[in-house]
Design a protein around this ligand. Structure first.
Ligand code: HXC
Length: 276
């Protein structure tokens, strides 16, 4: 079954008057998360390194939704750039209610080929970027009693080879989600994570899984779509999730839980005693 739009499930004006800041919002999953929030009335600021890409994405999102999307270039690794980006967001929209930490880097590299700089680069983008942007946004989230979603992954749940840099960063991000949920809860700020599984047509899937993903190995028997992550985003930011904090929601059709014998196509793994 194809994924339905968030507008089929949630009220159209759910986030009217609210403002989202999203790192990595110019492409892939985070762009989908941003566009969904804008479809439901939020204004959005998208942040990443390359202004020309952001401007193109913002224009396309404005045209698709009729909403307001503002591009701001910043490298999330650089605290001073991050603080300037937050200042520009406040200058433009006056408040920040929701933060998505989504900027991430990843590639397949065996330990032997992973340079010191390569490991540090991914840790800096994913983990320090998440810390930097949250730190720079904190006072505004306190003022709005806002909410945060940290974008995680399922890479580190079982120790996938060749992605230790991204897996280590995402594991630490999952820890931050819990620490911040506890520490920021009394300010009225909820902090959750979303861990997308294999999502079609994304940079992550191109780099990590390539053409090798088969739908039959996913329990719900279909590939994930960006809209699946958008649905979870709208829910977690909505008042319907007001008692949910500190949770990283895995959105992967059950993919990471599967455990087939090595080398077995799932189609030949049939039960020997079954009435089916
Ligand atoms: C080995 C690599 C490499 C590769 C970069 N490096 N790509 N090493 N294999 N494919 C090394 C470089 O050689 C260099 O080390 C160091 O990493 C820094 O690379 P630079 O290109 O100089 O840095 P930078 O311009 O900052 O870009 C780094 C990057 C980029 C952002 C990590 O390479 C990248 O991967 N961009 C794609 C972003 C992306 O994929 N986003 C989606 C993430 S999906 P040396 O030693 O040579 O100096 C995700 C979840 C996946 O996170 C979930 C899937 C299921």
């Amino acid at each position: 079954m194809a994924t339905v739009s968030t507008t089929d499930v949630f009220q159209k004006n759910l986030f009217a008057g609210r403002v989202l800041l999203c790192s990595g919002g110019g492409s892939g999953i985070c762009r989908g998360m941003t566009e969904a929030m804008v479809r439901h009335g939020a204004k959005a600021v998208i942040v990443s390194r390359t202004l020309s890409k952001l401007e193109k994405a913002a224009k396309e999102m404005r045209e698709a939704t009729g909403g307001d999307v503002f591009p701001v270039a910043a490298d999330v690794r650089k605290p001073e750039q991050v603080e300037q980006a937050v200042a520009k967001a406040i200058e433009k929209f006056g408040r920040i209610d929701y933060l998505i930490n989504g900027a991430a880097g990843n590639f397949l590299a065996p330990f032997e080929n992973l340079s010191y700089n390569a490991f540090r680069t991914v840790i800096e983008i994913d983990l320090l970027g998440t810390f930097n942007l949250t730190k720079a946004t904190l006072e505004h989230l306190k003022a709005s009693k806002g909410a945060i979603i940290n974008v995680s992954a399922t890479l580190h749940y079982k120790g996938m080879p060749f992605v230790q840099h991204a897996g280590a960063a995402k594991a630490a991000i999952d820890a931050l989600t819990k620490h911040w949920a506890v520490e920021l809860g009394p300010y009225g700020i909820r902090v959750n994570g979303i861990a997308p599984g294999p999502i079609a047509a994304t940079e992550g899937i191109k780099r990590v899984v390539g053409e090798n993903m088969t739908q039959e190995s996913i329990p719900v028997q279909r590939t994930g779509e960006i809209e699946d992550i958008a649905q979870s985003t709208v829910f977690l930011f909505s008042q319907g999730a007001s008692y949910i904090t500190g949770v990283t929601l895995t959105v992967d059709g059950g993919e990471w839980l599967t455990s087939y014998p090595p080398g077995y196509p799932t189609s030949v793994l049939k039960p020997t005693h079954s009435k089916l």
